[in-house]
Design a protein around this ligand. Sequence first.
Ligand code: URA
Length: 241
Amino acid sequence: MEERLQKYLAEAGVASRRKSEELILAGRVAVNGNMVKELGMKINPQKDQVTFDGKPVRCADTKKIYIMLHKPEGYVTTTKEQFSRPAVLDLVSGIQERIFPIGRLDYDTSGLLLLTNDGDLTYRLTHPSHDVPKTYIAKIYGVPNETDLQKFRRGVIIDGRKTSPAKIQILEKDKDMKFAIVEIIIHEGRNRQVRKMCEAMKHPVAQLRRVATGEVRLGDLPKGKWRYLTEKEIKYLKKLY
Ligand code: URA
């Protein structure tokens, strides 16, 4: 059966589906020895020989790996970086398979980051049409009042567009009212979204940590450490779409 080249690359764990499209357009993928430079090509995995940077890409025997990392602050989520700041993949050692992050966390954000070589899962979980709730704990400057919180919940304008309804609740208040610890749940994944939403509420973020993606929780995994997802967690994520 034929399938799209970018889907095949994603399933083989080369990169996410979107990133695989970029790799094709960059001329790094060949089918039967011919470089492919356009999207839309279909291949027959049984017959066609696909290579990425000259190396054969095989699907069937690629073991799928699912990992949770407690990302510390001071690491970039991208796989390679021109300024050579530490990258999250530096923290995941001993894995033979080429894995990549599902979505991203800012350099200065810590918390739950999922990594996998399952390009299909990555594509689906990061697609804007999927509204998997993401839970954050933020330390913010000042203590928001009920009006601020309602505004945040209904949605605020960031980058010229209103955010979709979100949840926020105060967990702790500093006795001098200088800080508050809040739990925030959002369904979108816009750039620096939580920071921008808190800024719009006039209570900017001092520290930010993601603690859950849907029902997959960071729990007590120490900062900088990783673990394999359980069968139950993998099943849950796959059921989300
Ligand atoms: N929102 C942010 O502002 N930063 C993140 O890293 C994730 C969500």
